[in-house]
Design a protein around this ligand. Structure first.
Ligand code: SAM
Length: 294
């Protein structure tokens, strides 16, 4: 009996090999072990490639609805750039502003939404005995991701996850009816991390700008992470490698190049918003911009 431990960068696999001379395809012990190890290494590689394909294959996640998104882009990558004082900085004080409402568009399995909620709430609540609270609504078009977000939601009284496609006509009405329950017309803060490219690739230039206009109409402050143009090219390249057609709109997109600049220009020119602060760029070279209603 031989105990082998194979290690790779992500996980460890413990193999217990029961091996005795002649019981592996009639091969002598050392050869049998080598054969088994080859098979196991190849199986492990296959599992990794399969997982990688699922994670990075835009064919299986054509809307960026990756099932393991947070294993390759953990919340910390964005949180480290966002000040914990953000809610106070945008004028939401627990003693004066009442209930605070946040919206996270394209929340995937909710990991970043929940981490952001904790990141901001603790500081917001410090030094106050007020009974006011922060509520967060996360939405995503992928129902399976939303079910997972709901299952692992640690604050179901305060955080809600909803399956909703933001590009659909009825989405605005649904969000307004959520706001009305709190007697409000706007969310205090709307976040939209790494979603614009997927809407743009799947629905075109008009939808890219419509998304920005819609977000602006829903909130007082908008925290936006726009994917740069090089991400579009990689997403399209990966799709082609799989032998599939390009995204419906990729080749026809007239809006290309500096995507953060396009978003900023649209929000400032057409949506009565202005850039309030830039929080810098993530390790994936994506800038985090905070816009404010003028
Ligand atoms: C790359 S993930 C980003 C997840 C999360 N915002 C983050 O940055 O950690 C993009 C997410 O946007 C969602 N999404 C794409 N298009 C959407 C739409 N039209 N309406 C709602 N969600 C959408 C996808 O399902 C996916 O979960």
């Amino acid at each position: 009996m031989i105990n082998y431990t194979l290690t790779n960068d992500k996980f460890r696999i413990f193999f217990l090999i029961h091996c005795s001379a002649g019981n592996i395809h009639g091969i002598s012990e050392p050869e049998g072990i080598i054969l088994m190890m080859d098979k196991m290494a190849s199986a492990s590689k296959h599992v990794r490639l399969h997982n990688l394909a699922k994670k990075e294959d835009p064919g299986s996640a054509p809307y960026g609805n990756f099932i393991n998104y947070y294993t390759f882009n953990p919340p910390e990558n964005r949180l480290s750039l966002i000040p914990t004082t953000l809610l106070k900085d945008i004028g939401c004080h627990p003693d004066s502003s009442g209930t605070v409402l946040m919206l996270d568009v394209g929340c995937n399995t909710g990991d970043l939404s929940i981490a952001l909620y904790k990141h901001l709430f603790q500081e917001w609540r410090s030094e106050s005995n007020s009974s006011n609270y922060v509520y967060l609504l996360g939405l995503d078009l992928d129902q399976d991701l939303i079910l997972r977000a709901q299952d692992s939601n640690p604050f179901p009284q305060k955080i809600q996850f909803l399956s909703l496609d933001i590009t659909q006509l009825d989405s605005q009405a649904k969000l307004i009816s959520y706001l009305e329950k709190f007697g409000r017309r706007h969310f205090h803060l709307c976040t939209c991390f790494a979603v614009t490219m997927w809407v743009h690739l799947n629905h075109g230039d008009t939808a890219f700008f419509a998304l920005l206009s819609q977000l602006a109409s829903l909130c007082e402050y908008l925290l936006l992470e726009v994917q740069p143009w090089k991400c579009y090219r990689s997403a399209a390249r990966r799709l082609r490698k799989l032998g599939r057609n390009d995204f419906d709109h990729f080749k026809m997109l007239a809006v290309r190049g500096d995507m953060a600049a396009h978003a900023k220009e649209h929000l400032e020119k057409w949506c009565s918003m202005e850039l309030a602060q830039s929080f810098g760029s993530t390790s994936w070279d994506r800038s985090l911009m905070l816009f404010k209603r003028r």
